[in-house]
Design a protein around this ligand. Structure first.
Ligand SMILES: [Fe+2]
Length: 171
C-alpha cells in the first residue's frame, strides 16, 4: 500500500500546473489501492474489529472512528477515481484538482493505516484465537467459486506487475 501511495505521490509531483496529466498509471494505482483492500482487507478487518467490540476488548468509539476512516478513504478514493476517469476520457480536468484529490486520498489512507497499526492490529494479534480466525476466514470467503477467485487474484497480480513495471520505467 505504501509503495503504491509513493507511486501516486510521484505522479502527482511530476505534474506542473496547467500541464495535461497522464492519468493511466495513476488510475491503475488507485484501482489497486481501492479494490484490493476492499476485497481482501476490509471484510476481514471489520469481522475482527466487531468481534473484539462484542468482547469488550475494543471500545465502541474506536471502532466507530475506524469505520469512519474506511468511509472517508472510500469517499476521497471515489472522488479521485472520477476525476481520473474524466481525464482519461475527453473531459478537461485541471491537474491541480487531481493533485489535491490525490493528496486528500493519500492522507486519509496513511492516517488510517497508522491508526489501525497502532490501535487495532496489536489487539487483534493478542486477542483472537485460531478458532476466531477460522470463523473469520469462513465468514469473509467470497460467495463465488474458488476458480473465479483465482482469476481475480491473478488479475490483481497482473495489475500490480504492470504498475511496478511502468513505475520503474518512469524512475
Ligand atoms: Fe483498515
Amino acid at each position: 500500500m505504501r509503495r503504491l501511495l509513493r507511486v501516486l505521490a510521484r505522479e502527482v509531483a511530476a505534474v506542473e500546473p496547467g500541464e495535461k496529466i497522464d492519468p493511466g498509471l495513476m488510475y491503475d494505482v488507485l484501482r489497486y489501492l481501492i479494490e484490493y483492500p476492499g476485497r481482501y482487507h476490509h471484510p476481514i478487518e471489520n469481522l475482527a474489529l466487531w468481534r473484539l467490540v462484542q468482547r469488550g476488548r475494543v471500545a465502541r468509539p474506536l471502532a466507530d472512528q475506524l469505520d469512519l476512516e474506511h468511509r472517508s478513504m472510500r469517499h476521497y478514493g471515489g472522488q479521485l477515481l472520477r476525476l481520473l476517469e474524466g481525464a482519461r476520457g475527453d473531459i478537461l480536468v485541471p491537474s491541480p484538482w487531481i493533485a489535491m484529490a490525490a493528496h486528500q486520498y493519500a492522507s486519509a489512507v496513511r492516517a488510517h493505516m497508522a491508526h489501525e497499526e497502532q490501535a487495532l492490529l496489536p489487539l487483534v494479534e493478542q486477542q483472537l484465537t485460531q478458532g476466531d480466525w477460522e470463523e473469520i476466514a469462513r465468514a469473509s470467503m467470497p460467495a463465488e467459486d474458488s476458480r473465479h477467485s483465482e482469476d481475480v487474484d491473478s488479475q490483481f497480480r497482473r495489475l500490480y506487475a504492470s504498475i511496478a513495471e511502468r513505475a520503474n520505467a518512469d524512475a
